[in-house]
Write a protein that binds this ligand. Structure first.
Ligand code: KG4
Ligand code: ZN
Length: 346
């Protein structure tokens, strides 16, 4: 079945058409219009500005997604099985644009609507490539700009949050570290690039960061102390500007270490068969490599998956993929019953 997915939770306007069935998921188009260049000036996303951009972008982006999938306004209502949209969590003014557009299309084309939780979308980014290899129970480490979660999945749409962040999300910590180190916005990719440079040089450093909550008896995370620790170190260090790569490396190491060790411990405790990584921070290749190695060494018989680069940060293919599994279970809704939930929980 073909599904049109729409995603406007934050600052990416995205639309995608997938073809999904027993043989897996094929992405026919995956269009993402990023607003990074606009928000860069402000050092973060300004909700009002994001919403205005979504309004300008949404129809051209949907049009392009249909076109690349070989569809148009006339054929889409016949060939599509459903319209899917991320309806939360996220910025309310941003979400509204995607949700109201999806509702209008679903109403005009007489197609069912499938609202998708944004986090569920990130989780299903793994199913785009690995649908036939993922076995339950699975553990998903979801790390994005807004969330850091360990989710136990015993089946499709069956989620148990076993760990969450007490304060900042992992991506947020990367972004704040980048601000402190003057690396611009969004910070994750730049901190990762600097850390990679440092590693490649084979240098060593005595800059060490704490591992917050590593030894706590639960699976929760806390990253705000890490950011404060970076700030104090940099404030005391007159020479910090010449050590940005070393700071990036050690900061990234601390985050990766905590995420990995907690995920492995949870994997052992819950007897999982698959460990998946998802969310924007899964674009971090050092985190991917570290997790893969630890799973191999410490979780016998467990398979590790992570999304392909194009499906790590916000995109609509993941929303359509999650919708396919809801459609299979007959979980459709009427457009009039769907609304935005900016604080939606998984
Ligand atoms: O999933 P996402 O696109 O949006 C949310 O749902 O929040 O995640 C964006 C986050 C940002 O905080 C960004 O800095 C982080 O993902 N990120 C990275 C990398 N690429 C993106 N963090 C670390 N390393 C990266 N390579
Ligand atoms: Zn996201």
């Amino acid at each position: 079945m073909k599904i049109l997915g729409i995603e406007t939770s934050c600052d990416e306007t995205a639309a995608s058409v997938i073809e999904a069935g027993e043989r897996g998921i094929k992405v026919l188009s995956n269009i993402v219009s990023s607003q990074v260049e606009i928000h860069k000036k402000y050092g973060g996303v300004i909700p009002e500005v994001a919403a205005r951009q979504h309004i300008l972008n949404i129809l051209p982006v949907i049009n392009k997604a249909l076109e690349e999938a070989g569809l148009n306004r006339n054929t889409a209502p016949k060939e599509l099985k459903a319209v899917a949209v991320a309806n939360g969590p996220g910025l309310i003014t941003s979400l509204i644009v995607g949700v109201e557009s999806a509702k209008s299309l679903s109403f005009a084309w007489n197609l069912p609507l499938i609202p998708i939780n944004h986090i569920e979308g990130h989780i299903y980014s793994n199913f785009i490539e690995h649908a036939d290899q993922i076995r339950f129970p699975a553990l998903v480490l979801t790390v994005s700009g807004g969330h850091t979660m360990l989710v136990l999945m015993k089946g499709h749409q069956n989620y148990q949050i076993i760990g969450d962040t007490r304060d900042d999300a992992a991506g947020e910590a990367f972004d704040k570290a980048a601000q402190i180190l003057d690396l611009g916005y969004p910070g994750g990719p730049e901190v990762a690039r600097r850390a990679g440079e440092f590693k490649k040089q084979g240098s060593s450093t005595d800059i060490v960061f704490p591992r917050p909550m590593l030894k706590s008896n639960d699976f929760n995370f806390s990253f705000s102390g890490l950011k404060t620790s970076l700030l104090y170190k940099v404030e005391k260090d007159k020479d910090w500007q010449s050590k940005v790569s070393a700071y990036s490396f050690s900061f990234q190491e601390a985050i990766i270490d905590v995420l990995t060790q907690k995920a492995i411990r949870a994997g052992k405790e819950f007897g999982i068969k698959t460990l998946m990584l998802s969310g924007g921070v899964s674009a971090n290749s050092e985190l991917v490599d570290h997790l893969r190695k630890e799973v191999k060494e410490s979780l016998e018989g467990v398979e590790f998956f992570h999304p392909e680069r194009a499906y790590t940060t916000d995109n609509a293919a993941m929303i359509a993929a999650a919708a396919y599994y809801r459609a299979r279970a007959g979980k459709f809704q009427n457009p009039g019953d769907v609304s935005v939930h900016c604080n939606a929980e998984l």
